[in-house]
Design a protein around this ligand. Structure first.
Ligand code: 1BN
Ligand code: ZN
Length: 370
């Protein structure tokens, strides 16, 4: 048994340690240079919201609801949003591209990076194995949703350098090719992106560094070959960024086939463009298993795949493309609030409590006769 003169400092020390340990365990810290990280689970939550609106057929009420949803999200993260409208003759409907812009200063000399995805879902599931489903719409969780939610999560996390302007473009009517009334674009596909490129001024065309299109990136077994029409220099850089992050299982070092997608109107206008799109043969068919079927649903989308693509683009843009230092220029303190692991403090509390228990136990034992 300790003498009272030794007990008091010991109890005081233990109490201090307990009090430090008892400060709330959920610790947050403001660290200026701590990088925000693209979260696959956030992207997946946006996909759940997208699916509440799906199917998003061009010209439909769901399409208008989608604009409201995306605008609300983007404005929260300080993007300027504009809606581009035009009349599509074949179906006599108004179509819309949604464009969000962000830049660090007003200088006109900045280069523009375009990140694009189509948001429409296909009117007819005409590749469904069951012909009775051919008149049903495609839910579009992967074909539409996956690209959209990668852009929405990038909108939250991307940091900017002074000399780059970023445009997020959500294209309408990419996916209606081969359906009656849907002509124009490229053989009926890519109507929104064709219109968008046609509206660019010569100066804007010059300022665009590259347009990166994201489509069909949510499959559980995501294999991204290098799309054959895409700009080889940018493809190489993006695939290298993926390799640095350990994602070469997904961004494979193979040249795939040529695909009609929203990058083509840019390439035709002489603007460098890349299409990040799944190409995986099923009976010689170059897309994912559920492509243009009624099973293109959220159960068939993987948050890990979304995260690999999102983190690759985040890393590429922040570290390689825009030469940004690790200190973001446009983040506010609240945006950089980062949760630190609470493990050390919790363990300290547990350790202290154990020491006290042992101490009390020994005291009781030493008081007991025998
Ligand atoms: C990509 C995703 N596409 C449609 N959904 C483009 C495409 C064009 C697909 C032609 C098949 C044929
Ligand atoms: Zn499609």
């Amino acid at each position: 048994m300790l003498s009272p003169s030794k007990q008091i400092p010991l109890i005081a020390l233990l109490t201090t340690v307990v009090l430090i340990g008892a400060i709330p365990c959920r610790e947050t810290a403001l660290i200026d240079s701590y990088p925000l990280e693209f979260s696959g689970s956030n992207a997946f939550s946006y996909l759940e919201e997208y699916m509440e609106l799906s199917p998003i057929i061009p010209g439909s009420q769901a399409s208008l609801q989608f604009h409201a949803y995306v605008t609300h999200h983007l404005k929260k993260f300080s993007w300027e949003v504009e809606l581009q409208n035009w009349m599509h003759q074949g179906t006599n409907q108004t179509l819309h591209n949604l464009i969000a812009k962000k830049h660090a200063s007003d200088s006109i000399s900045k280069e523009i990076l375009i990140l694009g995805a189509h948001y429409d879902t296909r009117l007819l599931a005409d590749r469904d194995p069951d012909p009775s489903n051919h008149q049903s719409p495609v839910p579009g969780a992967n074909d539409g949703g996956s690209g959209v939610v990668v852009l929405l999560e990038l909108a939250r996390v991307l940091d900017f350098s002074q000399d780059l302007e970023i445009w997020l473009v959500f294209f309408d009517a990419e996916d209606q090719g081969g359906i009656r009334g849907w002509d124009g674009g490229i053989q009926g596909w890519c109507i929104g992106s064709t219109y968008f490129v046609g509206q660019l001024s010569p100066l804007e065309q010059q300022r665009i560094l590259v347009a990166i299109i994201i489509d069909l990136v949510g499959d559980f077994n995501l294999i991204l070959k290098k799309e054959r029409n895409s700009d080889p220099t940018y493809v190489q850089e993006i695939w290298q960024a993926a390799a640095k992050l350990g994602y070469s299982d997904c961004f494979v070092d193979d040249i795939g086939s040529s695909i009609i997608d929203d990058h083509i109107p840019f390439l035709e206008a002489g603007i460098p463009a890349v299409d990040i799109i799944q190409q995986k043969s099923r009976d010689g068919y170059p897309f994912f298993q559920w492509h243009h079927t009624i099973n293109d649903t959220i159960e068939n989308v993987s948050s890990e795949s979304l995260e690999k693509v999102g983190r690759t683009l985040e890393y590429y843009i922040e570290h390689d493309l825009s030469h940004v230092s690790s200190i973001p220029t446009t983040q506010t303190a609240s945006e950089t609030e980062t949760q630190l692991p609470s493990f050390p403090r919790e363990s300290l509390t547990l350790l202290t409590l154990s020491v006290i228990m042992i101490y009390i136990f020994i005291q009781i034992k030493s008081k007991k006769p025998g």
